[in-house]
Design a protein around this ligand. Structure first.
Ligand code: HSE
Length: 412
């Protein structure tokens, strides 16, 4: 009988236990042997839980039980989880996780420890919730050179933006709803400011290009400054605003990686990915474009990926599933995003806004002015041509002497 332990009985942990128990019979068939959850570790008490008999508070019970082959670490964070994961892998117990913070900051090291101890560290649930993306990237697309990965990687922000666009709901109410639905991180700043999406693009980039991309190497901005005015201008011009993470190679030694809100053309499939759904577009030199789509957060969608990894570990007990990337010491591996070309949506405010138009056109050349219903006389919005970002900034710095730069959002 193969035994499993679950560390953390929050949204994902309880979902993992629920889904495993519901489908246990078919899971055992797929694994080819009997298997069950032996322990659930959480510091809180759950006296009314149907699994109260499995609840423990001492990590060492799991660590020292030779029957436990696989541990689901769904506690999150990079402190206890890091320590627990290292100890478990060092003892030859496979670990599966939804913990993107840990994978994004210590992935190379943990994968190495797993390899050295003949066990596995799997993290399908760390990116895109229930969407299969790690395994396809590692296996099915392995024959390709990856040319780019970009996607909507955070369910909470996509949910908020969708509510703002469709229902004109304000930011704070939409965030509260996402928290109530169990989509948001414990500290939703990680969602809203793009850190969660950043960790995910780091994981995808590390896997695709073979070198660890650390979150502090990646420029990251979130959606907290997006206003309904911007949403309306974007809509009118045929765009949706989405929080996008992207990574692509520049040459054999460098990549670009960035997380930021972007105006996405309605003709791009990513523009119609709404609510808690995520979508990840991958381009390979053989396969062309492929799109992975599904629920990017939530209890059971995320549990689906965790349980899938548990099954894979049980099926490959004492066998290493090839997956790794190298550590990266060179901070210049990710090039400065300001040196890359981009087209920018800009909204400015000035008493003599209309009179500034000739100066703006003089600076940027061919640009597009955009409208919205009830546009105040002191406001102008436009989209710049494709230019090196620091050149756009230089122009806007000059312009800021005569107006307020109210918004600046990159186009995809
Ligand atoms: N808070 C995350 C999100 C959970 O909203 O996407 C899934 O990683």
């Amino acid at each position: 009988m193969s035994k499993i332990a679950v560390i953390g009985y929050g949204v994902v942990g309880s979902g993992t236990v629920e889904l495993f128990e519901k489908n246990r019979e078919s899971i055992c068939k797929k694994v080819g042997k009997d298997c069950s959850i032996k322990y659930i570790l959480d510091l809180r008490d759950f006296p009314d839980s149907p699994y109260a008999d499995k609840m423990i508070k001492d990590f060492n019970i799991i660590l020292n039980d030779d029957e436990v082959e696989v541990v689901a670490e769904v506690v999150g964070g990079a402190t206890f989880a890091y320590d627990y994961t290292k100890q478990l892998l060092s003892k030859g117990k496979s670990v599966v996780t939804s913990n993107k913070e840990l994978v994004a900051t210590h992935g190379a090291e943990l994968l190495k420890i797993a390899r050295e101890n003949n066990c596995n560290y799997l993290f399908e649930a760390s990116v895109g919730g229930g969407i299969p993306i790690i395994r396809p990237l590692n296996k099915c697309l392995a024959g390709n050179e990856i040319e780019q990965i970009s996607g909507i990687l955070n369910g909470t922000t996509n949910f908020i933006l969708t509510k703002m666009i469709r229902e004109q709901m304000d930011f704070a109410s939409a965030l509260k709803m996402a928290q109530e639905l169990g989509y948001a991180e414990k500290d939703p700043t990680a969602d809203v400011e793009g850190h969660d999406a950043c960790r995910k693009i780091c994981i995808l980039g590390s896997l695709a290009f073979g070198k660890q991309i650390y979150p502090d190497m990646v420029h990251c901005s979130g959606i907290s400054n997006i206003t309904l005015d911007d949403v309306e201008y974007a809509e009118n011009a045929g765009y949706a605003i989405k929080l996008i993470g992207s990574v692509k190679p520049v040459d054999k030694e460098h990549v670009t990686a960035i997380v930021c809100p972007r105006l996405v053309s309605k003709s791009n499939l990513l523009a119609s990915v709404d609510d808690v759904y995520n979508a990840i577009s991958v381009t390979g030199d053989g396969v062309g474009d492929v799109l992975f789509y599904g629920q990017g957060a939530g209890k059971l969608p995320t549990a689906s990926a965790v349980v899938g990894d548990i099954i894979d570990c049980l099926k490959h007990h004492n066998r290493v599933l090839a997956m790794s990337w190298d550590d990266c010491e060179d901070k210049s591996y990710v090039v400065n995003y300001k040196k890359t070309e981009v087209s920018m949506y800009v909204r400015i405010k000035a008493d003599d806004a209309e009179e500034l138009k000739s100066a703006i056109s003089g600076m940027f050349g061919k640009l597009m002015y955009i409208e919205r219903n009830g546009r105040p006389d002191n406001e102008i919005a436009f989209i710049t041509p494709n230019m090196i970002e620091e050149d756009i900034d230089a122009n806007l710095t000059i312009l800021s002497h005569s107006c307020e730069i109210a918004s600046k959002i990159r186009l995809l």
